[in-house]
Design a protein around this ligand. Structure first.
Ligand code: FE2
Ligand code: FE2
Length: 320
C-alpha cells in the first residue's frame, strides 16, 4: 500500500509546465537582481594582443611549439578542458531553451545567460592563441570532436533536475576556472579566469535561489532532484577527448578533485539552502534527504582517502 501524506500529494501534482509557471515570478525577480549586479566587461581587454604573431599555414608564420607556452603543464591541460567545456554552449543552450522555454522571464534569462557564457570562450580562445599557451591544432581538433558529440543532461526527467544540476555545475565551473588561473603560472591568465569565475558565481547564485524557491513550493520533488543530481554528478565536459586522463591530472594538481567537489561545490550549496535540515517532508522527500546525507558522508570519506594518496604522491614527487 502506498502511504500518501497530504504534503506528498501536493508535491506530486506538479508537472514541469506547472512548476515553470509557478517559478516565473522568482525567475523575473532573480533576472532583475542579476542584471543589477552583473557588470559589463570586455573580453578583448583581457588578451595580451601585442604578444601575438602569425601561425604557419595560410599566413606562413611560425608553427606552435611547446616551449612558446608560459603556462604550466597542469595549466595547459585545465585550460583546454575548461575551454572545450565552454565551447559546447550551443548544446547547453538547446538543453535549457527546451526545458525552460524561450518565453517571458525564463526566455529572457536563457538568452542573457547564453550571451554571457559566449564571452567566456571568446576571451579564453583569444588568450590561448595570442599567448601561444596551447597547441592550436590539437585544440581545434578536440573542439570539433567534442562539439560533434553534443551534450545532454544526465537527468532528463524534469526541469527541477536541470535547475539542481546547473546550481552545482556553475559553482564547479567557477572553482575550476579560479584554480586553473591560480595554477597557470601566468598572471594574465589568472586575471582573465578570475573575471570569468565572477560570472560563473552570479550564474550559480541565480540557479541556487531558484532551487530555494523550488524547495519551498515542491519540497519533495526538489529534494529528490537534488539527491539524484548530487549522487550522479559529472562535469559537463566529461565526453571530451582524453577527459579521464585530464581529470586525473587536474585532481592531483589541485584544480578539481573529490575534496574540492565536496568542500567547495556541494557543501556550500547544500548548506546555504539548508537542504539536510528541511523539516516536514513527505516519505519520498525524507528518503531522498536521508540518502543525500549518507552520500555526503561517504563522499567525505572518499575525499579523505584521496587527500592522503595525493599528499603521498606530491611528497614523493618533491623528493625526486
Ligand atoms: Fe562559462
Ligand atoms: Fe556560467
Amino acid at each position: 500500500m502506498t502511504v500518501t501524506s497530504p504534503h506528498l500529494a501536493r508535491s506530486d501534482v506538479w508537472s514541469d509546465a506547472a512548476l515553470l509557471h509557478a517559478l516565473e515570478e522568482v525567475v523575473e525577480r532573480e533576472l532583475n537582481r542579476h542584471l543589477g549586479v552583473a557588470k559589463e566587461w570586455m573580453p578583448h581587454e583581457y588578451v595580451p594582443w601585442s604578444d601575438g604573431r602569425n601561425f604557419d599555414g595560410v599566413m606562413e608564420g611560425e608553427a606552435w611549439a611547446p616551449d612558446q607556452s608560459k603556462v604550466t603543464a597542469i595549466g595547459r591541460i585545465a585550460l583546454v578542458v575548461n575551454l572545450l567545456t565552454e565551447d559546447n554552449l550551443p548544446s547547453y543552450h538547446h538543453e535549457i531553451a527546451t526545458l525552460f522555454g524561450r518565453d517571458g522571464a525564463w526566455g529572457t534569462w536563457v538568452h542573457r545567460w547564453t550571451a554571457e557564457e559566449g564571452r567566456h570562450a571568446i576571451a579564453m580562445r583569444d588568450y590561448l592563441l595570442t599567448s601561444r599557451a596551447v597547441d592550436p591544432v590539437e585544440l581545434e581538433r578536440f573542439r570539433m570532436v567534442h562539439m560533434s558529440e553534443g551534450f545532454e543532461h544526465d537527468h532528463r526527467h524534469s526541469m527541477l533536475h536541470s535547475v539542481a544540476y546547473v546550481a552545482f555545475q556553475e559553482l564547479a565551473t567557477r572553482v575550476s576556472h579560479r584554480n586553473t588561473g591560480r595554477e597557470s603560472g601566468d598572471p594574465v591568465c589568472d586575471r582573465m579566469l578570475a573575471r570569468i569565475a565572477t560570472d560563473e558565481n552570479l550564474h550559480m547564485v541565480f540557479y541556487r535561489n531558484l532551487l530555494a524557491a523550488a524547495l519551498q513550493i515542491a519540497p519533495d520533488l526538489a529534494m529528490q532532484a537534488i539527491r539524484d543530481v548530487v549522487v550522479a554528478f559529472r562535469m559537463p565536459g566529461h565526453g571530451m577527448p582524453g577527459f579521464e586522463r585530464a581529470a586525473a591530472r587536474m585532481a592531483i594538481g589541485g584544480i578539481y578533485n573529490l575534496r574540492i567537489h565536496h568542500d567547495d561545490v556541494l557543501q556550500p550549496v547544500l548548506r546555504h539552502l539548508k537542504v539536510l535540515d528541511i523539516p516536514e517532508l513527505g516519505p519520498e522527500g525524507l528518503r531522498a534527504q536521508e540518502e543525500l546525507g549518507l552520500f555526503m558522508a561517504g563522499l567525505n570519506e572518499q575525499a579523505v582517502r584521496f587527500d592522503t594518496k595525493r599528499a603521498t604522491l606530491l611528497a614523493r614527487r618533491a623528493k625526486s
